[in-house]
Design a protein around this ligand. Structure first.
Ligand SMILES: NC(=O)c1ccc[n+]([C@@H]2O[C@H](COP(=O)([O-])OP(=O)(O)OC[C@H]3O[C@@H](n4cnc5c(N)ncnc54)[C@H](O)[C@@H]3O)[C@@H](O)[C@H]2O)c1
Length: 320
């Protein structure tokens, strides 16, 4: 069995970002076409946190992945990430354990990667500016991967913690893209909300015609990063999984009758060619995500095969 740590995950993805994004797109398509198995997550509260177990079977890759992810709010005091995670990858043919993969780094890349796939299908092809609200782990991956699919020339970064915003902005500049720290949202062609905020960070006035928004941070029924004025401006709403309709960003406006859930569809349906992506220059589009095991299994299979190809990871002897 291969042990694939955080550095290995990074190298496996960074060695060929376009093929990683293609793997995620295929994973979303498989899910929308119901070609695999993506049961609901099992979860429980623990004395100091929460743990969730997300299994998935990808028929395309013929593997099973199980992600075990936790949320432990007191972890930063111990110098540990709030959201530790591990992914076990099994061969679907014989049940052999193929790999144990660092799930924290995998989640970082697969979430930003899925937003990049959404930008490929829903953002204007000439999008040059990107706003990132939330300069944490997801801010890092979104600012890394979205410029892979669009000609982004400038990234605005905003965070309650200005030091974090400055640090991310410097990182973006070191990657060769101009960047500026802002203290309030700046209109941009693509706008990403990746915060831990429970209350809106973007309003309708921040959304210019033709923009694309990726709302990624809020996942509980009561939390939202977009307010009612923003939600009412979207001409097209697309999700990673229909579970996103239970998150506050969509559940609250649906309950108020502000948006019609019947008109919302999955990104995988666009990849499959069953539903349209952006259809006009001026429309304002939203990609709302809460995460899906389809992305975890697609990312895990990609990272495993890339690791074999590049000689990454550490092989350990295992029973089966
Ligand atoms: N949709 C998905 O698939 C998916 C996957 C992973 C994480 N997430 C969610 O994305 C969010 C961000 O995750 P992360 O790992 O980057 O967290 P993080 O803690 O590393 O970063 C969050 C950042 O948001 C900032 N922030 C909080 N409130 C803000 C506000 N009102 N305005 C501006 N900045 C604010 C914080 O200062 C912090 O820097 C979390 O809520 C997480 O649960 C979603």
């Amino acid at each position: 069995m291969l042990l694939i740590g955080p550095d290995d995950v990074r190298k496996a993805v960074e060695s060929d970002v376009q093929s990683f994004l293609d793997s995620l797109a295929r994973g979303l398509k498989e899910k929308s076409l119901k070609e695999g198995w993506y049961p609901s997550r099992l979860s429980t509260d623990l004395p100091r946190g929460w743990i969730g177990i997300m299994p998935a079977f990808s028929s395309g890759s013929n593997v099973v992945a199980v992600k075990i992810v936790g949320v432990f709010p007191e972890n930063p005091k111990k110098g540990l990430p709030t959201v530790p995670a591990v992914v076990v990858l099994l061969d679907a043919e014989d049940g052999r354990a193929l790999a144990l993969i660092d799930g924290f780094t995998l989640t970082e890349y697969r979430t930003g990667g899925a937003s990049a796939v959404s930008a490929k299908y829903l953002a204007r092809r000439d999008s040059e500016t990107l706003l990132v609200v939330g300069a944490g782990t997801q801010g890092r991956s979104h600012s890394r991967l979205i410029p892979e699919v669009l000609p982004i020339k400038k990234v605005y970064v905003m965070d309650l913690d200005e030091a974090k915003a400055r640090k991310l902005s410097e990182l973006i500049k070191s990657r060769g893209i101009d960047s500026e720290v802002v203290s309030s949202p700046r209109q941009a062609d693509v706008m990403v909300t990746v915060t831990t905020s429970k209350t809106p960070v973007l309003t309708g006035e921040h959304l210019a015609k033709g923009s694309h928004v990726c709302a990624v941070g809020a996942y509980t029924p009561d939390a939202r990063e977009l307010d009612d004025t923003a939600i009412k401006k979207f001409d097209r709403i697309v999700v990673d999984t229909m579970d996103s309709l239970k998150a506050g960003d969509l559940a609250i406006p649906i309950s108020k009758g502000l948006i019609n859930p019947e008109e919302i569809y999955e990104l995988g349906e666009i990849v499959a060619g069953r539903r349209p992506g952006r259809e006009s220059y001026d429309e304002i589009t939203l990609y709302k995500s809460v995460g899906t095991s389809a992305l975890d299994v697609a990312a895990a299979a990609h990272i495993y095969y890339k690791s074999l190809e590049l000689g990454l990871g550490k092989e350990v002897e295992w029973g089966v």
